[in-house]
Design a protein. Structure first.
Length: 243
């Protein structure tokens, strides 16, 4: 039996990453939802090999060059740091599910730290969306934690989206729609495993931060209807001012 060249790297990634790891991104989980947003599906698939022409994003979670630098897997010059998987190229990273899951966990934990100024929004309802840990982290994976903070500080309106983010994702309105969809869809996911914080049940709400939280502008309390909005490549840390 002849094996398709496409199947070989997929099988390699499965073996290197392990079946148990792949099961961790099942549909309906926080990680699975992020994969769905970034490449489609909710786990390891051939979609993970797609490289967008307008972004350095790669792998199932759409990790950009800056994000991989952030989590200590790459140098700023693009070379790979020594690592437990002996990865030395982008292609090897895209074939290694375990390394991608590790990078995603580390990046999510870093995002949670950077979201500290707006953690107090958890439990509030904004634009008809109940804010949870999972929702904030899903939005931050797309817009960057700095972009989420800016959106919250400004009042959750389309004009609160930065010009850079808008230019990369089809305009202010579209980028706002994507972000609100992320907040809404992530609100039902428990992201504690990835953020390294104590969480309660399926709602993904966190406990024990002790932050009073920001005052939400009146303009934020407008009903939001989730829309099916096509997502462009993820921003993450591509633009320094969004981090």
């Amino acid at each position: 039996m002849r094996i398709s060249p496409l199947i070989i790297p997929l099988l390699t990634g499965w073996l290197l990453g392990g079946a148990a790891e792949a099961a961790g991104s099942r549909c309906g989980s926080f990680a699975g939802d992020i994969v769905s947003h970034e490449v489609g599906g909710c786990g390891w698939s051939e979609n993970c090999y797609h490289r967008p022409s307008t972004s350095s994003a790669q792998g199932c979670f759409g990790m950009t060059h800056a994000a991989l630098v952030d989590v200590g897997l790459k140098y700023r010059n693009g070379h790979w740091r020594p690592n437990r998987w002996e990865i030395t190229s982008d292609q090897e990273f895209q074939s290694n599910w375990a390394a991608q899951k590790h990078a995603f966990r580390q990046y999510t934990a870093l995002n949670w730290q950077r979201l500290e100024p707006v953690r107090g929004l958890v439990g509030q309802e904004i634009n008809g969306v109940r804010i949870t840990e999972g929702g904030l982290l899903s939005a931050a994976h797309f817009l960057g934690p700095g972009g989420v903070r800016q959106l919250a500080d400004c009042g959750f309106r389309p004009d609160c989206i930065s010009d850079d983010a808008a230019a990369a994702n089809g305009g202010h309105d579209t980028t706002f729609q994507i972000t609100m969809n992320r907040l809404a869809q992530g609100s039902n996911q428990n992201a504690g495993l990835y953020a390294g914080v104590q969480t309660t049940g399926g709602g993904g709400q966190f406990t024990g931060t002790g932050n009073a939280g920001p005052t939400v502008p009146t303009s934020a309390f407008l009903q939001w209807n989730a829309q099916a909005t096509h997502e462009m490549p993820p921003l993450q840390g591509e633009r320094q001012q969004l981090r």
